[in-house]
Design a protein. Sequence first.
Length: 139
Amino acid sequence: MIIKECKGYELEKEKPNTSEDYFNRSEITYVEDGVEKSLHVLYVRYYEEHFKQYTPFEENPFFNVNGTDIYIKDIVALVCLLKNPGLRHRKRLYINTEKEFQFCFQDMNIEKLKELLTDLNGKNQVEIKSPLQYVVQPN
């Protein structure tokens, strides 16, 4: 699998009676078997606002690559795909519980994740041989 782009953003209200402004969307674009695919992950912004309860990060942005801040919303889709490779067959995912959000970040190898993001920022694409290398394996 080749990772091409990870990004996230806060949704904004399109109409006064909608609730988009309570949600964030994270997207990952990747190539698998020569086909470009995307995974869009929608989640309640509350989880990111209380990220210390759900992630191993102490700050948001949690990382800086060549002057570019990397926020949690930028990597949620990446983390979901690495943690659950079965999501390669999906286009969209909605995380609607705190446990689901926390599970995405549980046992992630943060140093390997930072290496991947640094490579992606410098090369504009990174090949991943196995998603397991980004998840801490039990002894």
